[in-house]
Design a protein around this ligand. Structure first.
Ligand SMILES: [Ca+2]
Length: 426
Protein backbone atom coordinates (compact mmCIF):
# COMPACT_ATOMS: atom_id res chain seq x y z
CA UNK A 1 0.00 0.00 0.00
CA UNK A 2 1.17 3.46 -0.57
CA UNK A 3 0.77 6.73 1.17
CA UNK A 4 -0.33 9.69 -0.90
CA UNK A 5 1.60 8.05 -3.64
CA UNK A 6 2.53 9.14 -7.09
CA UNK A 7 1.97 6.60 -9.84
CA UNK A 8 4.93 6.66 -12.13
CA UNK A 9 3.00 5.13 -14.97
CA UNK A 10 5.63 2.47 -15.49
CA UNK A 11 4.23 -0.20 -17.70
CA UNK A 12 5.01 -3.86 -17.61
CA UNK A 13 7.17 -3.43 -20.67
CA UNK A 14 8.99 -0.48 -19.21
CA UNK A 15 9.53 -2.14 -15.86
CA UNK A 16 11.76 -5.11 -15.28
CA UNK A 17 8.95 -7.43 -14.31
CA UNK A 18 9.59 -11.09 -14.87
CA UNK A 19 6.81 -12.86 -16.71
CA UNK A 20 5.11 -15.57 -14.71
CA UNK A 21 5.08 -18.92 -16.43
CA UNK A 22 2.18 -18.99 -18.87
CA UNK A 23 0.72 -21.96 -17.08
CA UNK A 24 0.59 -19.88 -13.94
CA UNK A 25 -1.88 -17.55 -15.52
CA UNK A 26 -3.99 -20.12 -17.29
CA UNK A 27 -7.41 -18.57 -17.51
CA UNK A 28 -9.81 -21.35 -18.20
CA UNK A 29 -12.64 -21.15 -18.97
CA UNK A 30 -12.60 -17.39 -18.84
CA UNK A 31 -9.42 -16.59 -20.72
CA UNK A 32 -7.37 -13.44 -20.59
CA UNK A 33 -7.96 -13.07 -24.31
CA UNK A 34 -11.68 -13.18 -23.74
CA UNK A 35 -11.35 -10.68 -20.96
CA UNK A 36 -9.31 -8.39 -23.14
CA UNK A 37 -11.86 -8.71 -25.90
CA UNK A 38 -14.41 -7.35 -23.50
CA UNK A 39 -12.22 -4.77 -21.89
CA UNK A 40 -13.85 -1.61 -23.06
CA UNK A 41 -16.64 0.39 -21.57
CA UNK A 42 -19.50 -1.39 -19.96
CA UNK A 43 -18.37 -4.70 -21.41
CA UNK A 44 -15.97 -5.05 -18.49
CA UNK A 45 -18.71 -4.56 -15.96
CA UNK A 46 -20.97 -6.97 -17.74
CA UNK A 47 -18.33 -9.65 -18.06
CA UNK A 48 -17.30 -9.42 -14.45
CA UNK A 49 -20.86 -9.38 -13.20
CA UNK A 50 -21.42 -12.50 -15.24
CA UNK A 51 -18.66 -14.24 -13.33
CA UNK A 52 -20.33 -13.50 -10.06
CA UNK A 53 -23.44 -15.25 -11.23
CA UNK A 54 -21.39 -18.40 -11.78
CA UNK A 55 -20.12 -18.48 -8.27
CA UNK A 56 -21.83 -20.55 -5.61
CA UNK A 57 -22.80 -19.36 -2.19
CA UNK A 58 -20.06 -18.81 0.31
CA UNK A 59 -18.43 -21.56 2.30
CA UNK A 60 -20.01 -20.12 5.39
CA UNK A 61 -23.49 -20.40 3.97
CA UNK A 62 -22.91 -23.91 2.66
CA UNK A 63 -21.34 -25.17 5.85
CA UNK A 64 -23.68 -23.38 8.22
CA UNK A 65 -20.57 -22.07 9.88
CA UNK A 66 -20.58 -19.18 12.28
CA UNK A 67 -19.98 -15.70 10.95
CA UNK A 68 -16.24 -15.40 10.36
CA UNK A 69 -16.32 -11.89 11.67
CA UNK A 70 -17.89 -13.12 14.89
CA UNK A 71 -15.36 -15.92 14.98
CA UNK A 72 -12.57 -13.40 14.69
CA UNK A 73 -13.98 -11.54 17.63
CA UNK A 74 -14.36 -14.59 19.81
CA UNK A 75 -10.88 -15.83 19.03
CA UNK A 76 -9.18 -12.53 19.55
CA UNK A 77 -6.56 -12.31 22.20
CA UNK A 78 -5.91 -9.05 23.92
CA UNK A 79 -2.22 -8.25 24.14
CA UNK A 80 -1.20 -5.15 26.00
CA UNK A 81 2.40 -6.04 26.50
CA UNK A 82 5.19 -3.56 25.94
CA UNK A 83 8.52 -3.83 24.20
CA UNK A 84 9.78 -6.01 27.00
CA UNK A 85 7.22 -8.71 26.28
CA UNK A 86 8.82 -12.05 26.93
CA UNK A 87 8.83 -15.06 24.70
CA UNK A 88 6.67 -16.91 27.17
CA UNK A 89 4.08 -14.17 27.46
CA UNK A 90 3.70 -13.93 23.70
CA UNK A 91 3.22 -17.65 23.39
CA UNK A 92 0.84 -17.72 26.33
CA UNK A 93 -1.61 -15.62 24.32
CA UNK A 94 -1.87 -18.16 21.54
CA UNK A 95 -5.26 -19.70 20.96
CA UNK A 96 -5.40 -23.46 20.76
CA UNK A 97 -5.89 -23.38 17.03
CA UNK A 98 -4.30 -20.57 15.02
CA UNK A 99 -6.10 -19.10 12.05
CA UNK A 100 -4.67 -20.38 8.81
CA UNK A 101 -3.95 -17.62 6.32
CA UNK A 102 -2.41 -16.95 2.91
CA UNK A 103 -0.85 -13.51 2.63
CA UNK A 104 -1.17 -11.97 -0.82
CA UNK A 105 1.14 -8.98 -0.85
CA UNK A 106 3.31 -6.49 -2.79
CA UNK A 107 6.20 -5.73 -0.41
CA UNK A 108 6.22 -2.77 0.15
CA UNK A 109 7.26 -1.12 3.40
CA UNK A 110 3.99 -1.65 5.24
CA UNK A 111 3.70 -5.10 3.70
CA UNK A 112 7.00 -5.91 5.39
CA UNK A 113 5.59 -4.86 8.74
CA UNK A 114 2.44 -6.88 8.09
CA UNK A 115 4.38 -10.01 7.14
CA UNK A 116 6.65 -9.69 10.17
CA UNK A 117 3.63 -9.25 12.43
CA UNK A 118 1.90 -12.31 10.99
CA UNK A 119 5.01 -14.49 11.16
CA UNK A 120 5.56 -13.54 14.80
CA UNK A 121 1.99 -13.97 15.98
CA UNK A 122 1.01 -17.38 17.34
CA UNK A 123 -2.64 -16.64 16.64
CA UNK A 124 -1.88 -16.98 12.92
CA UNK A 125 -0.44 -19.77 10.82
CA UNK A 126 0.88 -18.47 7.51
CA UNK A 127 0.36 -21.20 4.92
CA UNK A 128 1.89 -19.29 2.00
CA UNK A 129 2.94 -15.86 0.84
CA UNK A 130 2.00 -14.87 -2.70
CA UNK A 131 3.70 -11.71 -3.97
CA UNK A 132 2.04 -9.68 -6.70
CA UNK A 133 3.15 -6.61 -8.61
CA UNK A 134 1.96 -3.35 -7.11
CA UNK A 135 4.03 -1.00 -5.02
CA UNK A 136 6.97 -2.09 -7.15
CA UNK A 137 7.22 -4.62 -10.00
CA UNK A 138 7.17 -8.34 -9.28
CA UNK A 139 10.91 -8.48 -9.88
CA UNK A 140 11.17 -6.69 -6.53
CA UNK A 141 8.12 -7.87 -4.59
CA UNK A 142 9.04 -11.54 -5.09
CA UNK A 143 12.63 -11.37 -3.80
CA UNK A 144 11.48 -8.99 -1.10
CA UNK A 145 9.01 -11.58 0.18
CA UNK A 146 11.79 -14.19 0.16
CA UNK A 147 14.06 -11.81 2.05
CA UNK A 148 11.38 -11.13 4.66
CA UNK A 149 10.78 -14.81 5.45
CA UNK A 150 14.55 -15.31 5.72
CA UNK A 151 14.91 -12.37 8.08
CA UNK A 152 12.07 -13.77 10.18
CA UNK A 153 13.70 -17.21 10.11
CA UNK A 154 10.51 -18.64 8.64
CA UNK A 155 11.73 -20.22 5.45
CA UNK A 156 9.25 -23.00 6.12
CA UNK A 157 6.58 -20.70 4.62
CA UNK A 158 6.33 -21.19 0.84
CA UNK A 159 6.57 -18.10 -1.34
CA UNK A 160 4.90 -18.36 -4.76
CA UNK A 161 5.34 -15.87 -7.60
CA UNK A 162 2.20 -14.05 -8.62
CA UNK A 163 1.10 -11.81 -11.44
CA UNK A 164 3.58 -9.42 -13.04
CA UNK A 165 0.86 -7.18 -14.40
CA UNK A 166 -2.77 -6.28 -13.65
CA UNK A 167 -5.54 -8.10 -15.51
CA UNK A 168 -6.04 -5.57 -18.30
CA UNK A 169 -4.15 -2.41 -17.38
CA UNK A 170 -0.60 -1.18 -17.38
CA UNK A 171 1.11 -1.51 -14.07
CA UNK A 172 1.36 1.66 -12.01
CA UNK A 173 3.83 1.43 -9.15
CA UNK A 174 4.61 3.47 -6.07
CA UNK A 175 8.37 3.45 -5.71
CA UNK A 176 8.03 7.08 -4.78
CA UNK A 177 6.70 5.95 -1.40
CA UNK A 178 8.24 2.51 -0.98
CA UNK A 179 11.66 3.17 -2.48
CA UNK A 180 12.72 1.86 -5.86
CA UNK A 181 13.29 -1.60 -4.37
CA UNK A 182 10.08 -1.62 -2.31
CA UNK A 183 11.86 -1.78 1.04
CA UNK A 184 12.54 1.89 1.51
CA UNK A 185 15.74 1.67 -0.53
CA UNK A 186 17.41 -0.44 2.16
CA UNK A 187 19.68 -3.02 0.55
CA UNK A 188 19.31 -6.43 2.12
CA UNK A 189 21.31 -9.44 0.90
CA UNK A 190 19.90 -11.41 -2.00
CA UNK A 191 17.64 -14.19 -0.73
CA UNK A 192 19.13 -17.66 -0.57
CA UNK A 193 15.81 -19.45 -0.90
CA UNK A 194 13.77 -19.71 -4.07
CA UNK A 195 10.07 -19.42 -4.74
CA UNK A 196 8.17 -22.67 -5.01
CA UNK A 197 7.37 -24.01 -8.46
CA UNK A 198 3.66 -23.29 -8.20
CA UNK A 199 2.49 -19.84 -9.21
CA UNK A 200 0.43 -17.78 -6.79
CA UNK A 201 -3.04 -18.56 -8.21
CA UNK A 202 -2.14 -22.25 -8.27
CA UNK A 203 -0.92 -22.44 -4.70
CA UNK A 204 -3.95 -20.48 -3.51
CA UNK A 205 -6.23 -22.92 -5.29
CA UNK A 206 -4.40 -26.00 -4.04
CA UNK A 207 -4.18 -25.00 -0.40
CA UNK A 208 -7.78 -23.83 -0.29
CA UNK A 209 -9.05 -26.95 -2.05
CA UNK A 210 -7.10 -29.22 0.28
CA UNK A 211 -8.57 -27.40 3.27
CA UNK A 212 -12.06 -26.20 2.30
CA UNK A 213 -13.47 -23.63 4.69
CA UNK A 214 -10.20 -23.38 6.58
CA UNK A 215 -7.96 -20.95 4.72
CA UNK A 216 -8.44 -17.22 5.00
CA UNK A 217 -6.82 -14.91 2.47
CA UNK A 218 -5.23 -11.70 3.65
CA UNK A 219 -4.87 -9.52 0.56
CA UNK A 220 -2.75 -6.43 1.13
CA UNK A 221 -1.78 -5.66 -2.46
CA UNK A 222 -3.63 -5.31 -5.75
CA UNK A 223 -6.11 -8.18 -6.01
CA UNK A 224 -4.79 -9.69 -9.25
CA UNK A 225 -3.62 -13.02 -7.81
CA UNK A 226 -6.83 -13.60 -5.89
CA UNK A 227 -8.96 -12.72 -8.90
CA UNK A 228 -6.96 -15.08 -11.09
CA UNK A 229 -7.46 -17.91 -8.62
CA UNK A 230 -11.20 -17.25 -8.49
CA UNK A 231 -11.46 -16.89 -12.24
CA UNK A 232 -9.56 -20.11 -12.88
CA UNK A 233 -11.70 -22.01 -10.42
CA UNK A 234 -15.16 -20.55 -9.78
CA UNK A 235 -15.93 -23.24 -7.18
CA UNK A 236 -13.11 -21.90 -5.05
CA UNK A 237 -15.19 -19.04 -3.65
CA UNK A 238 -17.35 -21.48 -1.70
CA UNK A 239 -14.27 -22.84 0.04
CA UNK A 240 -12.84 -19.52 1.28
CA UNK A 241 -14.33 -18.52 4.62
CA UNK A 242 -13.11 -14.94 4.53
CA UNK A 243 -10.89 -12.48 2.70
CA UNK A 244 -9.40 -9.56 4.60
CA UNK A 245 -8.59 -6.81 2.15
CA UNK A 246 -6.41 -3.79 2.66
CA UNK A 247 -7.84 -1.47 0.10
CA UNK A 248 -10.45 1.00 -0.84
CA UNK A 249 -11.77 4.06 0.89
CA UNK A 250 -15.10 5.67 1.58
CA UNK A 251 -13.41 9.00 2.26
CA UNK A 252 -11.28 9.72 -0.79
CA UNK A 253 -8.27 8.08 -2.30
CA UNK A 254 -4.53 8.39 -2.03
CA UNK A 255 -3.39 7.96 -5.62
CA UNK A 256 -6.29 9.85 -7.14
CA UNK A 257 -8.94 11.85 -5.31
CA UNK A 258 -11.22 8.86 -5.87
CA UNK A 259 -9.13 5.72 -5.52
CA UNK A 260 -6.95 3.96 -3.03
CA UNK A 261 -3.75 2.54 -4.57
CA UNK A 262 -4.42 -1.22 -4.41
CA UNK A 263 -7.80 -0.93 -6.09
CA UNK A 264 -6.53 1.69 -8.53
CA UNK A 265 -3.81 -0.65 -9.79
CA UNK A 266 -6.23 -3.43 -10.68
CA UNK A 267 -9.87 -2.38 -10.39
CA UNK A 268 -11.10 -5.25 -12.56
CA UNK A 269 -9.48 -7.77 -10.23
CA UNK A 270 -11.03 -6.02 -7.25
CA UNK A 271 -14.43 -6.17 -8.90
CA UNK A 272 -14.10 -9.93 -9.34
CA UNK A 273 -13.24 -10.37 -5.68
CA UNK A 274 -15.99 -8.09 -4.40
CA UNK A 275 -18.54 -9.89 -6.59
CA UNK A 276 -17.47 -13.39 -5.53
CA UNK A 277 -19.90 -13.77 -2.60
CA UNK A 278 -17.06 -14.42 -0.18
CA UNK A 279 -17.30 -12.78 3.28
CA UNK A 280 -15.05 -9.74 3.02
CA UNK A 281 -13.46 -7.57 5.65
CA UNK A 282 -12.28 -4.33 4.10
CA UNK A 283 -9.67 -2.28 5.91
CA UNK A 284 -9.36 0.91 3.91
CA UNK A 285 -7.90 4.37 4.14
CA UNK A 286 -10.76 5.47 6.39
CA UNK A 287 -8.94 3.73 9.25
CA UNK A 288 -5.40 3.04 8.06
CA UNK A 289 -4.69 6.74 7.64
CA UNK A 290 -5.08 7.02 11.40
CA UNK A 291 -2.34 4.48 12.20
CA UNK A 292 0.74 6.63 11.79
CA UNK A 293 4.15 5.43 12.92
CA UNK A 294 6.05 7.86 15.13
CA UNK A 295 9.78 8.43 15.22
CA UNK A 296 9.82 7.19 18.81
CA UNK A 297 8.37 3.91 17.62
CA UNK A 298 11.03 3.66 14.93
CA UNK A 299 13.60 4.11 17.69
CA UNK A 300 11.97 1.25 19.61
CA UNK A 301 12.36 -0.96 16.57
CA UNK A 302 15.98 0.09 16.16
CA UNK A 303 16.77 -0.52 19.82
CA UNK A 304 15.65 -4.14 19.86
CA UNK A 305 18.32 -6.54 18.73
CA UNK A 306 16.41 -9.27 16.96
CA UNK A 307 16.75 -9.46 13.15
CA UNK A 308 13.08 -8.68 12.48
CA UNK A 309 13.06 -5.54 14.58
CA UNK A 310 16.38 -4.42 13.13
CA UNK A 311 15.13 -4.87 9.56
CA UNK A 312 11.83 -3.15 10.32
CA UNK A 313 13.74 -0.29 11.95
CA UNK A 314 15.99 0.14 8.94
CA UNK A 315 13.09 0.16 6.48
CA UNK A 316 11.07 2.62 8.51
CA UNK A 317 14.05 4.87 9.27
CA UNK A 318 15.00 5.05 5.59
CA UNK A 319 11.41 5.88 4.66
CA UNK A 320 11.17 8.48 7.39
CA UNK A 321 14.41 10.18 6.35
CA UNK A 322 13.53 10.16 2.67
CA UNK A 323 10.19 11.81 3.34
CA UNK A 324 11.73 14.30 5.74
CA UNK A 325 14.44 15.39 3.31
CA UNK A 326 12.18 15.18 0.30
CA UNK A 327 10.08 18.03 1.59
CA UNK A 328 7.06 15.83 2.14
CA UNK A 329 4.92 15.58 5.22
CA UNK A 330 6.61 12.86 7.20
CA UNK A 331 3.78 10.41 7.70
CA UNK A 332 4.02 6.63 7.53
CA UNK A 333 0.66 4.88 7.68
CA UNK A 334 0.92 1.16 8.36
CA UNK A 335 -2.04 0.12 6.23
CA UNK A 336 -1.18 -3.53 5.75
CA UNK A 337 -0.01 -4.19 9.29
CA UNK A 338 -3.34 -2.90 10.61
CA UNK A 339 -5.14 -5.42 8.42
CA UNK A 340 -3.12 -8.28 9.91
CA UNK A 341 -3.55 -6.86 13.40
CA UNK A 342 -7.32 -6.97 12.98
CA UNK A 343 -7.07 -10.76 12.64
CA UNK A 344 -5.28 -10.99 15.96
CA UNK A 345 -7.32 -8.44 17.91
CA UNK A 346 -10.59 -7.99 16.09
CA UNK A 347 -11.66 -5.08 18.30
CA UNK A 348 -8.78 -2.93 17.04
CA UNK A 349 -11.20 -1.93 14.28
CA UNK A 350 -14.95 -1.36 14.16
CA UNK A 351 -16.82 -2.89 11.25
CA UNK A 352 -20.03 -1.92 9.51
CA UNK A 353 -22.02 -3.69 6.81
CA UNK A 354 -21.78 -2.11 3.37
CA UNK A 355 -22.57 -2.96 -0.19
CA UNK A 356 -19.35 -2.00 -1.92
CA UNK A 357 -19.05 -1.48 -5.65
CA UNK A 358 -15.76 -0.90 -7.44
CA UNK A 359 -15.70 1.62 -10.25
CA UNK A 360 -14.07 0.15 -13.33
CA UNK A 361 -15.23 2.36 -16.17
CA UNK A 362 -14.62 5.85 -14.89
CA UNK A 363 -12.15 7.89 -16.88
CA UNK A 364 -10.92 9.57 -13.70
CA UNK A 365 -12.30 7.37 -10.99
CA UNK A 366 -11.21 3.77 -11.73
CA UNK A 367 -10.70 1.85 -8.53
CA UNK A 368 -13.02 4.04 -6.49
CA UNK A 369 -15.03 2.13 -3.92
CA UNK A 370 -18.65 3.18 -3.46
CA UNK A 371 -20.21 2.07 -0.21
CA UNK A 372 -23.95 1.76 0.26
CA UNK A 373 -24.87 1.50 3.90
CA UNK A 374 -28.50 0.56 3.49
CA UNK A 375 -30.15 3.95 3.37
CA UNK A 376 -30.81 3.86 -0.34
CA UNK A 377 -31.22 1.29 -3.07
CA UNK A 378 -28.16 0.42 -5.06
CA UNK A 379 -28.43 2.56 -8.16
CA UNK A 380 -26.25 2.73 -11.24
CA UNK A 381 -25.71 5.80 -13.38
CA UNK A 382 -28.61 6.61 -15.71
CA UNK A 383 -28.46 4.97 -19.13
CA UNK A 384 -27.36 7.01 -22.11
CA UNK A 385 -30.15 8.58 -24.16
CA UNK A 386 -29.76 6.97 -27.54
CA UNK A 387 -33.28 7.81 -28.70
CA UNK A 388 -33.93 4.11 -28.67
CA UNK A 389 -36.21 2.36 -26.21
CA UNK A 390 -34.13 1.06 -23.35
CA UNK A 391 -34.19 0.08 -19.71
CA UNK A 392 -34.51 2.61 -16.93
CA UNK A 393 -31.63 3.22 -14.53
CA UNK A 394 -30.69 -0.11 -12.98
CA UNK A 395 -31.61 -0.34 -9.33
CA UNK A 396 -31.16 -3.19 -6.89
CA UNK A 397 -32.16 -3.72 -3.27
CA UNK A 398 -29.48 -3.19 -0.65
CA UNK A 399 -27.58 -6.30 0.31
CA UNK A 400 -24.24 -6.02 2.11
CA UNK A 401 -21.26 -7.73 0.51
CA UNK A 402 -18.55 -6.57 2.90
CA UNK A 403 -17.81 -5.50 6.42
CA UNK A 404 -15.94 -2.23 6.15
CA UNK A 405 -13.72 -0.83 8.88
CA UNK A 406 -15.13 2.52 9.98
CA UNK A 407 -13.33 2.94 13.30
CA UNK A 408 -9.90 2.12 14.69
CA UNK A 409 -7.97 2.28 17.94
CA UNK A 410 -4.44 3.29 16.86
CA UNK A 411 -3.00 2.96 20.37
CA UNK A 412 -4.22 -0.61 20.62
CA UNK A 413 -2.74 -1.34 17.21
CA UNK A 414 0.70 -0.08 18.09
CA UNK A 415 0.61 -1.77 21.50
CA UNK A 416 0.17 -5.01 19.60
CA UNK A 417 2.55 -4.35 16.71
CA UNK A 418 5.68 -2.95 18.31
CA UNK A 419 6.11 -5.64 21.04
CA UNK A 420 5.50 -8.40 18.51
CA UNK A 421 8.35 -7.08 16.37
CA UNK A 422 10.74 -6.16 19.18
CA UNK A 423 10.20 -9.23 21.31
CA UNK A 424 12.85 -11.90 21.45
CA UNK A 425 10.10 -14.43 20.76
CA UNK A 426 10.25 -16.17 17.43
CA1 LIG B 1 0.67 -3.73 0.17
Amino acid sequence: MNRESRGDGKSQAEGNCKEVEPSALKLSPWSRRKFLANSTGLAIAGAISGLAAQLPASARELAGDEDPHTRAKSSSVKVTSNAATSKDSVRATAPAKPRRIIIDTDPGIDDAMAIFLALRSPELKVEAITPVCGNVPLDFTLPNALRLVEIADRTDVPVAAGASHPLVRRLVTSGHVHGANGLGGVEFPDPKIKPVREAAPEIIRRIVRENPGEIMIVAVGPLTNVALALRDDPELAAMIPQIAIMGGSLSGGNITPAAEFNLYVDPEAARIVFDAHIPLTVVGLDVTRKCLLSEAQIQQLEAAKNPVSQAAGKIMRATWERMKHGGEVTVIALHDALTVASLIESDVITLKDYYVEVETTGEWTAGQTLGYDGHAPVRKSPPMDTSMPGPSAPEEPFKPNAKVAVGVNPDQFFHLLIPRLTSTAT
